[in-house]
Ligand binder design. Structure first.
Ligand code: 3HC
Length: 285
């Protein structure tokens, strides 16, 4: 693939915005595609706020921030955005049917040699790829929230992913200054396999009356030296995403260790999804 690439990011949510920013700061020309113009507007505002924060902290120079912002465009026209694009990264809602429908459309409009990747956190990459004509060009690129800050990207080798595709994906991730770790297409990959059961267990502990939410979080911050407590982390990840990951681990392994905490399900049903909805285990301005 020629450098710099043109990258199309599908989905303008928290992860889509972060991935677009990371790719643009790595020098690539990025188009974020979403059906909803309001989501695209929010995506632009999220990137502005993140760049502002990096500028304030002196982690990025003004020229680099301006150049990054200028490399990000938005569009509601999928076919036009995919025309000639080198890399496609999908970060839409965690629903197999939604993702497969979108990938069918991508397959129709993208170049046969484009690098294709999903940022799924809870679905099988191999299963998403079932709808593709060239599943050997498909892999998982799993970023972590907040994407502008966290250096890891899990590069997921699905059943049909070719060695060339994997090499290109690893090179792409290194090229945007992130650290790639290759892993197999198993539920939760590495990080979510270990992190989400811990978060889920904290929600069980809350339900059992072990302590108040604020005290569980403070205890894990001060007693285990973690940057944030598990319930605040669930709020950051999104309670819907947290539930989707723990449900997938439970479904795929039938292991009772991964039983979703009832309180997590209740909050998701109530539309309390964490930071993005203004309330989860904690309240946000
Ligand atoms: N954009 C740019 N910079 C940001 C940012 C953003 N969105 N969010 C935080 N930062 C920067 C801050 O400017 C600050 O920079 P500095 O180190 O140069 O001072 C640094 O990150 C730390 O931020 P704060 O000083 O505000 O301190 P916080 O305690 O609020 O840190 C945090 C925030 C980075 C979120 C930190 O608490 C953390 O790392 N928490 C754990 C996050 C984590 O585990 N994420 C993984 C979730 S799992 C996942 O995403 C996978 C999915 O599939 C579920």
């Amino acid at each position: 693939m020629r450098e710099p690439h043109t990258v199309t990011v599908l989905g303008a949510g928290t992860m889509g915005a972060g991935i677009a920013q990371a790719c643009a700061s790595g020098g690539h020309a990025v188009t974020v595609v979403d059906r909803q113009p309001e989501a695209l507007e929010r995506c632009g505002a999220t990137i502005d706020a993140s760049l502002e924060r990096l500028l304030r902290k002196g982690s990025i120079a003004t020229e680099a921030a301006t150049a990054t912002r200028e490399r990000v465009r938005t569009s509601t026209d999928l076919a036009a955005a995919l025309d000639g694009t080198d890399v496609v990264i999908e970060a839409v809602y965690e629903d197999l049917a939604v993702k497969q429908d979108l990938w069918r459309a991508v397959d129709e409009h993208s170049r046969p040699d484009a690098l294709l990747a999903t940022n799924t956190s809870s679905l099988s990459v191999t299963e998403i790829a079932q709808v593709l004509r060239h599943p050997e060009r498909f892999c998982g690129l799993h970023f972590f929230n907040p994407v502008p800050v966290l250096p890891l990207v899990e590069v997921v080798r699905a059943e049909h992913t070719s060695a060339t595709t994997l090499d290109e994906a690893v090179a792409f991730v290194s090229g945007i200054g992130k650290t790639p770790i290759v892993c197999g297409d198993t539920p939760g990959f590495i990080v979510n396999r270990l992190l989400i059961p811990y978060v889920n267990d904290a929600i069980h502990a809350l339900g059992e009356g072990v302590a108040r939410a604020v005290d569980i979080d403070t205890a894990m911050k001060l007693g285990a030296n973690l940057p944030m407590g598990p319930l605040a982390l669930a709020d950051l990840i999104g309670l819907d995403v947290t539930l989707a990951v723990i449900e997938s681990l439970h479904r795929e392994t039938a292991d009772p260790r991964f039983r979703p905490a009832p309180r997590l399900r209740q909050l998701v049903r109530a539309g309390k999804l964490g930071r993005k909805s203004g309330e989860g285990f904690h309240r946000y301005e």
